[in-house]
Design a protein around this ligand. Structure first.
Ligand code: IPE
Ligand code: IPE
Ligand code: MG
Ligand code: MG
Length: 333
């Protein structure tokens, strides 16, 4: 599994050791459940699974279960469900963004085309729901359906704002809540439910994970500008080229000169860095402390997450979840 930096630090190893065997069961479950009666859906699901990915969402399910009780068969299944929902959103997201790369390889839309990928994404969603249905638990279904609608609404809102420079910080935060934090929150909640937690505990873990998810996307949006493409596994500078004005730019735009605004607008209009080189855009953001300010903002959310997790009794699992919050802000991909 391509955990990169996540796999190198001592605390990260501690996290991995705690869930390694369970994660292997989750991978088997995903493989078994990704077989469709039509080859294309199976192949695309497999392709994404084999491409790596950090498996953060299944880890959250497993750690939440362990923290409140133990990892059950239901926890394993739910961990597979959230990774499959995540995979479905990535397949659709790459169609919408006309992405070229994902997890360091050509994205599925590049190989199989948009039409096939839309349907394969649909199939993955439905397969995930069918697996969840086996729990015969309405609360679980409620949570997953509300979550999926939240995420799709997020993508619709994002589409509506493509190419616009007048995106506010509040607009942006709403998107982050919808497209990323809601899934993170659901992961911890599902893990808690499967581990036998009461509603109170479930809500608390959901809040922990929601804060982690917000920080995760803020960092993702910084990395979109600052990472190395080889490490990130997807092209750098993609958000602005695709017309998405994210928080580093929103902060920079707050006090940018008219010349700097024109430069940014040029990329939005052209959909490329041909008329306004990427290095110059980076300098504009840096001059206005865009990246530092977003990282500081992300830190506030991980601080909140850490505070919540420290309310729980000391255990290896509690330490692992606390360590995960540090890794989210320190990650390089
Ligand atoms: C990508 O998520 C989508 C975002 C929310 C930024 P990840 O960065 O967790 O993707 P993988 O699963 O590791 O590839
Ligand atoms: C990710 O949004 C959230 C999803 C629901 C897929 P992004 O568009 O920022 O994700 P990447 O950067 O393509 O992974
Ligand atoms: Mg995208
Ligand atoms: Mg992104």
């Amino acid at each position: 599994m391509g955990l990169g930096k996540l796999g190198q630090t001592f605390t990260a190893r501690e996290i991995l050791d705690l869930v390694k065997d369970d994660l292997a069961r989750v991978e088997r479950e995903i493989s078994l459940e990704s077989v469709a009666s039509v080859d294309a859906a199976t192949t695309i699901g497999r392709y994404l699974q084999d491409g790596g990915g950090k498996r953060l969402r299944p880890m959250l399910v497993l750690l939440a279960s362990k923290l409140v009780g133990s990892v059950t068969d239901g926890s394993i299944r739910m961990a597979a469900v959230v990774e499959m929902i995540h995979a479905a959103t990535l397949v659709h997201d790459d169609v919408i963004d006309s992405a070229e790369t994902r997890r360091g390889r050509p994205s599925s839309n590049k190989i199989w085309g948009n039409h096939t990928c839309v349907l394969a994404g649909d199939w993955l969603y439905m397969q995930a729901f069918q697996m969840a249905l086996r729990e015969r638990n309405f609360h679980v279904l409620d949570l997953l359906i509300a979550l999926t609608q939240m995420m799709v609404e997020g993508e619709l809102l994002q589409l509506d704002r493509i190419g616009r420079m007048d995106v506010s910080e509040a607009d942006y935060m709403e998107l982050v809540d919808r497209k990323t934090a809601s899934l993170f929150s659901a992961c911890a909640r599902l893990g808690a439910i499967m581990g036998g937690a009461d509603e109170n505990l479930e809500a608390r873990l959901g809040e922990f994970s929601w804060n982690l998810g917000i920080a995760f996307q803020l960092v993702d949006d910084v990395l979109d500008f600052t990472a190395h493409e080889k490490v990130l596994g997807k092209p750098v500078g993609g958000d602005l080229r695709e017309g998405k004005v994210t928080l580093p730019l929103i902060y920079a735009l707050e006090d940018a000169s008219s010349e700097e605004r024109q430069l940014i607008n040029r990329v939005l209009e052209d959909g490329s860095y041909d008329g306004a080189p990427f290095a110059r855009i980076l300098r504009v953001i840096e001059r206005h402390r865009g990246f530092d300010r977003v990282r500081e903002r992300a830190q506030l959310f991980t601080d909140k997450a850490r505070t919540i997790i420290h309310e729980f009794p000391e255990s290896a699992c509690q330490r692992a979840l606390a360590a995960l919050t540090d890794l989210v802000t320190e990650r390089d991909h």
